[in-house]
Design a protein around this ligand. Sequence first.
Ligand SMILES: Nc1ncnc2c1ncn2[C@@H]1O[C@H](COP(=O)(O)OP(=O)(O)OP(=O)(O)O)[C@@H](O)[C@H]1O
Length: 247
Amino acid sequence: MTSFNAPFHASSVLSLPPALRFEGVAFSHQDKVLLGPCAFTLEGAGPTLVMGPNGAGKSLLLRLAHGLLSPTQGRVAWSGEGSPRQAMVFQQPVLLRRSTVANLIHALAVNNVPRKARAKLAFDALERFGLTACTDTPARVLSGGEQQRLALARAWVLSPQVLFLDEPTSALDPAAIKAVEAAVREFHQRGTRIVMTTHDLHQARRLAGDVLFLSGGKVREHTPAEAFFNAPVSREAQAFIAGELVE
Ligand SMILES: Nc1ncnc2c1ncn2[C@@H]1O[C@H](COP(=O)(O)OP(=O)(O)OP(=O)(O)O)[C@@H](O)[C@H]1O
């Protein structure tokens, strides 16, 4: 059992990234409960794919987990000391009005990476994400796929322990989707905890270690991916996988 009050046992530190726990987390707006209360722990290897119909609360859950929103009830807790290093990639990348490489250098600077180390980290990441030819191109004129690769490169240079991705491929063509999925696998192999939303069942089957399924602002199911796809327990998940509409 993972302790959320004491550092992980040494073997866990080596094998798994920090665990995330929602303790009775709810988010309300104008007296309407939009999410929760939810209680779950992400402590397996993942990646965790967050699925559910439109308006289920998937983005809210990610924003609460990443600390962009505060719960109106309950608590978001991490194993170990304090919050882990974490990054988030959105459907529409938020890029600065600067060159591609300057976006990476800026991210390194604001995260207190020593000046001397920044250029090498940035150029290595450009190469890894196939962006070397765009080094001096203004980030905002890059194609959608290139912008998303830059958003991933920006996360990569910060070596996050946890990476949240909110529908990162929904605006991309198949080749760009493949590149993003390859990057997600690399983050995962590097030991980063991945929590990602998608509407694409095929993509979830390709990537998921476990699935967190939401509908109507509630977590209906949190199961290993194989169990989720082959024998979903909740009526809502059964309907979702069968392609029926779920509220
Ligand atoms: N900051 C906010 N304040 C008020 N309401 C919000 C806020 N963020 C989201 N909502 C509402 O909460 C509900 C869930 O939104 P959310 O974006 O989490 O759904 P989702 O599952 O990500 O949907 P989709 O698949 O369409 O992206 C929606 O009804 C949305 O309008």
